[in-house]
Design a protein around this ligand. Structure first.
Ligand code: 1HN
Length: 367
């Protein structure tokens, strides 16, 4: 009797079952069953488009100021934006930490350092300075303050009002790289060396073109963070006004720039500012995640067909490759934080501009 070349043994089903069982027991996974889940045609972030309203966050932060002291151990009074798509992980998106931090009158948050890098974008209040490796950086609404990875930093409120700011960190990226290091400073606060705002004074003569890039920075990643630690709102706003006038368009965007290299402000994080005036942007898709903070004004963003109305102090997330457009009937200023330097450095950054506004399929917050 001749046997056909590809004959299927009678017990193939059982053998296959045994193979899968034995693979599992050997901690091996066959790719052929998971290829389509791993290699999606386009990014499929687990984070969903989401918005945290200031009207919800602000009263909760005030309650926390009354009830929870800022102490060594807990370190900071910070409310993390927790994206509902991420299964309870305290991240705004898969790669980005975003949060609201607050400090009551005369309070200070202890000095420490860690491998993740951070940025602060100030929303409200006065009197706080963040000391970064001995340089006390005064914080006022609209200012961007950098605390690069590895730098000692503490926050001190020398005034009589509470202060609120947005914190952005590359924590999820550094965590994914298994590269988290943390260290408490021996004292609660660093000694401030010399005058406040030394990095700002040292760069006082730097032309605006070296501190802000129209659109987005495209320089190769610079592993060194910006030596300039503070970008003042007055200058950001003036640059946005110029760009809006030059472009004549309904939206002007800039990216904060490392004046030494022309790269993003931190190796892992890009910070931007956007002015939307009487109109809006075309829809854009970008690989990589972005968190937006509404500094002032009201408007609407459509993200993957979902309509999000926003106002001053709100924070929202545009996950990787979602289609996003921003509109304002008046004039609104947005701050943005993204992981784009990492995507660019790895050669996986992509951007696509769409011609037509999106159809709105649902409205956020509507029940
Ligand atoms: C941190 O050090 C600060 O220094 C804020 O203000 C938020 C979130 C996670 C880990 C460290 C700060 C943080 C953080």
């Amino acid at each position: 009797m001749s046997v056909e070349h590809n004959a299927v043994p009678a017990d193939e089903g059982q053998q296959l079952e045994a193979l899968y069982r034995d693979l599992d027991a050997a901690d091996l996974r066959p790719l052929w069953n998971i290829t389509e889940q791993l290699l999606t045609p386009e990014p499929r972030p687990r984070a969903v488009p989401w918005l945290w309203p200031a009207t919800t966050m602000r009263p909760l932060a005030e309650r926390a100021i009354r009830l929870v002291p800022v102490e060594r151990g807990g370190e900071r009074r910070v409310l993390s934006l927790t994206n509902p798509g991420l299964g309870g992980r305290p991240y705004a998106a898969g790669t980005l930490w975003g949060a609201l931090q607050c400090l009551g009158p005369r309070e200070s948050a202890p000095a420490h350092r860690h491998s993740p890098g951070a940025i602060r974008f100030v929303l409200e209040g006065e009197g706080v300075w963040t000391t970064v490796d001995g340089d006390a950086c005064d914080m006022r609404p609209g200012d961007l303050v950098l605390t690069p990875g590895g730098c000692w930093h503490d926050h001190a409120n020398g005034g009589d009002s509470a202060m609120f700011w947005f914190d952005g960190l590359d924590l999820p990226m550094v965590e994914a790289l298994d590269a988290i290091f943390f260290e408490a400073y021996p004292d609660l606060q660093q000694r401030v060396e010399g005058q406040h705002n030394r990095s700002e004074t040292a760069h006082a003569g730097t032309p605006a073109a070296e501190r802000f890039t129209a659109g987005q920075v495209e320089e190769a990643l610079d592993p060194a963070p910006s030596p300039l630690l503070v970008y003042r709102w007055s200058e950001t706003s003036a640059r946005l006004a110029e760009l809006l006038a030059e472009g004549g368009g309904p939206m002007a965007s800039l990216e904060f720039t490392n004046p030494r290299s022309g790269a993003s402000v931190l190796p892992t994080l890009a910070c931007g500012a956007h002015r939307v005036a009487r109109g809006g942007s075309v829809p854009v898709q970008r690989s990589g995640n972005t968190v937006y903070v509404v500094f002032q004004g009201t408007g609407t963003s459509v993200i993957d067909g979902r309509h999000f109305d926003w106002q001053t102090g709100d924070m929202f997330v545009v996950p990787s490759w979602s289609v996003a457009e921003h509109h304002s009937e008046g004039q609104a200023d947005l701050f943005s934080l993204s992981d784009s330097p990492v995507l660019r450095a790895l050669g996986v950054y992509r951007e696509r501009v769409l011609a037509e506004p999106q159809a709105v399929t649902s409205v956020f917050g509507a029940s």
